[in-house]
Design a protein around this ligand. Structure first.
Ligand code: S3P
Length: 441
């Protein structure tokens, strides 16, 4: 789609969700599977890879770095690993599109390769803070530069070697943690990262799965540089962050009953389930199992009367990507929902506090942004037109709001839904959402 075209979701009000669904593969795990598979020795075969723009940006970057990758075909990808030191200089800048995870993790992974590299992104990614990764990388001896504003493009210059650091994270961020662990694979000594609160641990789990020793002690995780990765097969579970729209949609729409299959329920990602349950949601976790080192389950969700809550601050990093959907749940709940400790939401693909507050207000919901959160008063949702600001999760959250709206909801600028959830509109329509995507100029 050309950038002049605006993909608008038109969602008619009412209805409910039903049936058995499998949402696409986990985005975080998809990125990491390409990164570690590329650096491994041997052939890595992946199933369930997310064929969304973000993880495809990572895949293309490694092709540009000389890695032989076939697929994806129906979620199957095969990588001929080049080993820890086998990446080749690319012909030009690596374009990471809208993907913050690609840029921040690659900054670490590439800092010690001895290559001259430039990482670029789209207009949203080019405004997001990058000094949170480049500052600690510089402490490791890397030469990674941002613009004067601390944003992309990132320029990586070759250095002789990296040295390990002991780094307490200033924010609870899996992207910073993962960036530094990946740089730590190339550093002399032991790199130790300490988190202020638990964040997603897919990097640590996957490193262990590829045979790389990772030590965890309390809030710290450490790796020693100089090891190797051994290729393996990876079965990527469905993304709980994509399932979240259906968890909320089925909870708020009376008469709903859905089964979400094969969803990753890693305890560093399950905040959305915990928060919805505190609000009174009816979510059953069935058939728990371990799939290649990641916990997976099927989730049955039936509609329930939700009540407003004060969201526990310790759940915030565990649900960091699910707040747009959770705000819609709050708008449909009885009473007030209060979120604090979530200032990170202001530096995601959009300022998710302001953009959601504006959209909810446009739909007649009382939503008051605060510096680090929001206060939402549950009530009636009108029809209306809202902006997604090119943010995939905002677009999908407002689509679900139509299930409880009094009139049609139109959502502008929805093409970035493809970054994390290709086929969202079709899957949601099959489940009962009256959604149609229309291109406008
Ligand atoms: C991600 C970590 C989170 C999350 C992002 C994916 C990851 O970012 O918001 O969508 O894959 O590591 P932060 O770690 O910066 O909070």
């Amino acid at each position: 789609m050309s950038s002049a075209e605006n993909l608008v979701f038109h969602v008619r009000p009412g209805g409910c969700l039903s049936g058995t669904l499998r949402v696409p593969g986990d985005k975080s795990i998809s990125h990491r599977s390409i990164m570690l598979g590329s650096l491994a020795e041997g052939t890595t075969r992946i199933r369930g890879f997310l064929e969304g723009e973000d993880s495809l940006a990572t895949l293309r970057a490694f092709r540009d770095l000389g890695v032989d990758i076939t697929g994806p075909v129906a979620g199957a990808v095969t990588i001929q690993g080049v080993g820890m030191h086998g990446l080749q200089p690319p012909a030009g800048p690596l374009d990471l599109g809208n993907s913050g995870t690609s840029m921040r993790l690659l900054a670490g992974l590439l800092a010690g390769q001895g290559l001259e590299l430039t990482l670029i992104g789209d207009s949203s990614l080019s405004t997001r803070p990058m000094r949170r990764v480049t500052d600690p990388l510089q402490r490791m001896g890397a030469r990674v530069e941002t613009t004067e504003l601390g944003t992309a493009p990132l320029r990586i210059h070759p250095v002789g070697s990296l040295k390990a650091i002991d780094y307490p994270l200033p924010v609870a961020s899996a992207q910073i943690k993962s960036c530094l662990l990946l740089a730590g694979l190339y550093a002399e000594g032991t790199t130790r990262i300490t988190e202020p609160a638990p964040t997603r641990d897919h990097t640590e789990r996957m490193l262990s799965g590829f045979g790389y020793p990772v030590e965890r002690t309390g809030a710290s995780v450490s790796v020693e540089g100089g090891g190797t990765l051994t290729a393996r097969d990876i079965d990527i579970p469905a993304d709980i962050s994509s399932a979240a729209f259906f968890l909320v949609g089925a909870s708020i729409a009376p008469g709903s009953d859905i089964l979400l299959q094969h969803v990753g329920i890693n305890p560093t990602r399950d905040g959305v389930i915990n928060i919805l349950r505190l609000m009174g949601a009816d979510i059953e976790i069935l058939n728990r199992r371990d799939v290649g080192g990641e916990p997976v389950a099927d989730l049955r969700v039936r509609s329930a009367g939700l009540r407003g809550i004060r969201i526990p601050v310790d759940q915030v990093p565990l649900a960091i990507d699910e707040f747009p959907a959770l705000f819609v749940a709050a708008a449909c709940a009885e009473g007030e929902t209060v979120l604090t400790g979530a200032e990170e939401l202001r530096v995601k693909e959009s300022d998710r506090i302001q953009v959601m507050a504006d959209g909810l207000t446009a739909l007649g919901v009382r939503a008051t942004p605060t510096p680090d959160g929001i206060v939402i008063q549950g009530g009636n949702i009108h029809g209306g037109r809202v902006g997604s600001h090119g943010d995939h999760r905002i677009a999908m959250a407002f689509a679900m709001a139509a299930l409880r709206a009094e009139g049609e909801i139109l959502i502008d600028d929805c093409s970035n839904v493809n970054t994390s959830f290709p086929g969202f509109a079709e899957l949601a329509a099959n489940a009962g959402l009256a959604i149609e995507g229309k291109k406008e100029n």
